[in-house]
Design a protein around this ligand. Structure first.
Ligand SMILES: [Mg+2]
Length: 371
């Protein structure tokens, strides 16, 4: 079936985060924004996707509306492999890691949603998975301004049933504070590329015996794979991958011996097909996978489907925030630290139109003309 229209829209969901709101790329982060992509075919069937995201939404949306969507009109929505090649080749000079690939990821997820709806199968089934049970989630805490907030949010996440907690702090003192209240729950630390290698080595050495389940992105810049690899000697499992470009970015990380745990992000690296390729590469190199998924729309649902199709299922990242409502409820909310996987065709969850309208931010952009 031919693609006849693509729409992009944004919802902005109020949330609380257990402390004062923080800034993200210079913007106050006080709404959980989701960039939605809606792909329509000539028979009226609709697929939904989500493109990354947060402070990048305006630029990703512009990439879709101005360049990618016109390239999609008139193509057969089922030709996922061919479309992946054609669109990413057409746009590769515009950047292999950023707005264009993020934007295309939203469309690719929608193509899988359409394929599932057309064939009556959930995406986990299209990927060869068996009926899934519940997936284990970890609480991905935000950045807090005081040790007291670190302690309180760690304790609250453990009380909510999480067995693994990830901090977004940069001091060892905060790690020890969290470990004090985490009981036997695992603690991970994500410093978002805070340090050059010498400082990162000093920090890793200081935390060598603390029992961190992983240390995420300790090195600036994220493409310094050899700097990252220099930290393996301290024995703390290292994770990275949310900031590298697709399959070959992961190949570079793995070949440098830089990671124990790969963190592919389905809304950033081009969608479900590329995510699956990356997971296979990791399996062939004895590297574990823990998806990057700090989002709450079709990208999160796509992460659940990809994880559910695996024999050994990874921990799923869930941001530790409280939203008053989400158009993709209840699937984006863990219960007792675990997530159910939708069983319906495609992603198995279309957004609630009432909530889409209530939380809409700005106009919907519709593209119906091919370029
Ligand atoms: Mg991270």
């Amino acid at each position: 079936m031919k693609i006849t229209a693509i729409e992009t829209s944004v919802v902005a969901l109020p949330f609380t985060m257990g402390g004062p709101y923080q800034s993200f790329a210079g913007q106050l982060w006080d709404r959980m924004e989701i960039l939605l992509v809606r792909v329509e075919t000539e028979d009226g069937l609709v697929g939904w996707g989500e493109a990354f995201g947060h402070a990048a939404i305006a630029t990703t949306k512009a990439a879709i509306d101005s360049i990618i969507a016109p390239l999609m009109i008139g193509r057969d929505a089922g030709d996922i492999n061919a479309i992946n090649r054609a669109i990413l080749h057409s746009t590769h000079l515009l950047g292999r890691n950023g707005s264009f690939v993020y934007g295309y990821a939203g469309i690719e997820i929608a193509l899988w949603d359409l394929l599932g709806k057309r064939t009556g199968q959930p995406i986990w089934r299209l990927l060869g998975g068996s009926t899934p049970g519940l997936l284990d989630a970890y609480a991905s805490l935000l950045n807090y301004t005081t040790p007291a907030l670190v302690a309180r949010n760690t304790a609250d996440a453990v009380a909510a049933g999480y067995r693994a907690i990830k901090l977004h702090q940069t001091s060892r003192a905060d790690v020890l504070t969290a470990m004090d209240v985490a009981g036997d729950a695992k603690v991970m630390l994500d410093v978002n590329c805070a340090w050059l290698p010498p400082k990162a080595q000093e920090m890793a050495e200081s935390m060598e015996m603390d029992g961190l389940a992983w240390l995420e992105e300790p090195v600036w810049p994220p493409e310094d794979v050899h700097g990252l690899a220099s930290l393996r000697r301290y024995g703390i499992p290292l994770s990275a991958g949310e900031n590298v470009a697709g399959l070959f970015g992961f190949k570079t990380l793995i070949e440098a011996g830089a990671i124990d745990i790969a963190q592919p992000s389905v809304t950033k690296l081009g969608g479900i097909s590329e995510m699956v390729r990356i997971i296979h590469l990791c399996q062939a190199n004895a590297v574990a996978v823990a998806p990057h998924s700090p989002y709450f729309g079709p990208g999160f649902l796509a992460t659940l489907h990809v994880a559910a199709a695996l024999i050994e299922q990874p921990l799923i990242e869930v941001l530790w925030v409280e939203m008053e409502a989400n158009p993709f409820d209840p699937w984006v909310r863990p219960q007792n630290g675990k997530l159910a996987v939708p069983n319906g065709p495609g992603l198995g969850c279309d957004p609630d139109p009432v909530l889409l309208a209530r939380y809409a931010k700005g106009p919907t952009t519709r593209t119906e003309t091919a370029r």
